[in-house]
Design a protein around this ligand. Sequence first.
Ligand code: NZQ
Ligand code: ZN
Length: 392
Amino acid sequence: MFDFHYYTPTKVIFGRGAEGSVAALIREFGGSKVLVHYGGGSVVRTGLLKKTTDLLEAAGIPYVTLGGVVPNPRLSLVYEGIALCRKENVDFLLAVGGGSTIDSAKAIGYGAANEGDVWDFYDYKRKAAACLPIGVILTLAATGSEMSDSSVITREEGRIKRGYNSDLCRPKFAVMDPELTMTLPDYQTACGCADILMHTMERYFTNGGNMEITDALAEGLLRTVMRNAEILAEDPRNYDARAEVMWAGSLSHNGLTGCGSDGGDWMTHKLQHELGGLYDVAHGAGLTALWGSWARYVYRNCLPRFKRFALHVMGVEPAGSEEEIALKGIEAMEDFFRRIHMPTNLRELGVNATEEDLMTMAHKCAVGVGGAKGSARLLREEDMLAIYRAAL
Ligand code: NZQ
Ligand code: ZN
């Protein structure tokens, strides 16, 4: 077991109609001029944006709006948001949407609160000293960005997708109404469930420091998300299943399922970020397209964890060698991904990558992680390339 810090400062307001408390929450956290940030229009169509701005107006809180965040959020809009915040003296950011909108708000928060180019933080050139306070109305259970310390931005030039982590950007509050996720296309619901699973699995497949309590929480979370993802595939308006998945999404990425471990593996995410940067694919789908190839490449180096996963999470019978049990667990997970209509290779993801593309992604990924990364198995550029090839 490793020592750890667990920091989750986000106030969570969860349940039907929770968005009604947004103005009071902004006041509670000192906001006096708000930038309402949102995506490509789903919140306009559902009426959530209007409802939100009406609430701000009724409470006498001045605001400006900035929409247009796209999945794999772009740096150019972040620059626009920073300029708008400075011009309008914004002191609070309200993200209304999914992970892309929240991440874009976090980047704007860094840019508005620090001098210089905000990309420097994502390029690991320097660290942020501050971030504007952020609140969230969540519309998609997936990334856990509503409680996480992470923000992932894509720079158009060179199509580089990078994450920056700092406690400074953890949202002050997250409003979570499961009903708001009922307008999601089935594909996005499934992508979200996949991402939630992966945030715990990245922390689970390690070679160091596991705690029984953390494993028990992690395994319970994984089983719960799988069960409810299958319910939602049949019955997307099931409130209880929406609620289970939404809360699991936050717990999966707020640090809880990693306490005591060595920090996790994270290579499926790192490999996926290159896919997202180059092909603009949905994050959760990119993860499932790569996971099986990653797992088969690394499982022998992390056999006790893969065996435990097979037995405790996937319900594999304890018969056969350790290796056979581990492989059955991997197969069972891929079967689950197929059942919720997620891809298990790049072809199914709709990516026809050339060998040159694979080499470019492996190279960028290796540079992005500083040469080598991974706890289940340490991966270098040649390993990354082998996994991309296996995923074709
Ligand atoms: O843009 P709009 O029109 O709002 O539509 C979005 C978007 O097209 C739509 N959507 C969201 N809520 C909806 C809805 N449509 C109908 N009804 C609703 N209630 O869903 C689409 C996807 O939205 P997006 O925010 O891109 O999805 P997600 O939440 O999966 O975020 C993905 C991004 O987060 C990053 C990913 O890399 C990716 O860029 N991640 C962020 C993390 C973090 N900050 O902690 C961790 C993750 O591992 C991940 O890397
Ligand atoms: Zn993720």
